[in-house]
Ligand binder design. Structure first.
Ligand code: NCD
Length: 304
């Protein structure tokens, strides 16, 4: 694998390998401190980010490497009208690996055509976000010890939530997985994913607008933010944004070993009073994001 654009670029064996590597890094961080000495990573973020960019940068620093890049398009030559292709072609002469986030779906794929170095998709519009999925998979592996036979609820903005799209593609490969899709009518999972992933592979799923009615079935609850920046009008956003707010009373019927995940940032959809519940995994999940990205950098740079 040269680039990571879609989570399906990785085989199940490669995912397993990355998870093992991340677990080894967590157990023996000192063994990795010099692995990327003299290597450079460019982080090109044409859209806002906190966790993804900073966890990639922290990952590279912890491997002994260095980081260059920009965190907003306005501070780069994009503001002068430069194309993504030209930016990437030039930066790939300065860095050993490029991590990019872009509001346009497919932009990282275009970048792979002109880059001389590996390109990682750190989120493209409302499409995909494969490294968040690796983060989610490491969290599930550590919390649940397995990927098969899990009932996974996704709640919130399933239409624009790119982390949801990538995690569904990844989990659909494992036997005995069921999906429960909880969203307002307007923010349902796109039909292309239902058709190409769920129906094609015969994966059981239910769709509902009512979170509490399905809570007792769930092994994992993946909460998401309503993606304001992808709405065409503010009124719709305001009407839908607080439709699901997870509060302690809503967990009354939940399993004792439920794992609550969220890619973050959280807006209102999980009450802060849940944060101390042992089932809340989202802050741990953000930490795991750094370790799995360390494992990914090592793999793409072919560092042993
Ligand atoms: C997510 C994203 O950017 O899609 N954030 C992240 O990478 N952790 C989720 C979101 O922005 O809601």
């Amino acid at each position: 694998m040269k680039n990571l654009i879609d989570i399906l670029d990785l085989s199940t064996e490669e995912i397993e390998e990355l998870i093992q590597k991340a677990n080894d890094i967590i157990a023996h961080p000192e063994a990795y401190r010099e692995k990327c000495r003299y290597k450079k990573m460019a982080t090109l973020f044409f859209e806002p980010s906190t966790r993804t960019r900073l966890s990639f940068e922290a990952a590279m620093y912890e491997l002994g490497g260095q980081v260059l890049g920009f965190s907003e398009a306005q501070s780069s030559s994009v503001a002068k009208g430069e194309s993504v292709s030209d930016t990437i072609r030039v930066v790939s002469g300065y860095a050993d690996i490029i991590v990019m986030r872009h509001p346009k779906e497919g932009a990282p794929m275009v970048a792979t055509n002109v880059s001389y170095v590996p390109v990682v998709n750190a989120g493209d519009g409302g499409h995909n976000h494969p490294t968040q999925t690796l983060t989610d998979l490491l969290t599930i592996a550590r919390e649940k010890g397995r990927f098969d036979n899990l009932t996974i609820g996704f709640c919130g903005d399933l239409k624009f939530g790119r982390t949801v799209h990538s995690l569904i593609s990844a989990m659909a490969r494992y036997p005995g997985v069921k999906f429960v899709l909880v969203s307002p009518q307007e923010l349902k999972l796109p039909s292309y994913i239902k058709k190409e992933v769920l129906k094609k592979q015969g994966i059981p799923y239910v769709q509902t607008t009512d979170l509490e009615s399905v809570m007792a079935d769930l092994d994992i609850l993946y909460m998401t933010r309503v993606q304001r920046e992808r709405f065409f009008n503010e009124e719709d956003y305001l009407r839908l944004k607080d439709m699901y707010i997870l509060t302690p009373d809503k967990l009354a019927n939940a399993k004792e070993d439920l794992s609550i995940l969220h890619p973050l940032p959280r807006v209102n959809e999980i009450a802060t009073s849940i944060d101390d519940d042992p089932r809340a995994c989202y802050f741990k999940q953000a930490v795991y994001g750094k370790y799995i990205r360390m494992a990914l950098i090592l793999k793409l740079l072919e560092v042993d």
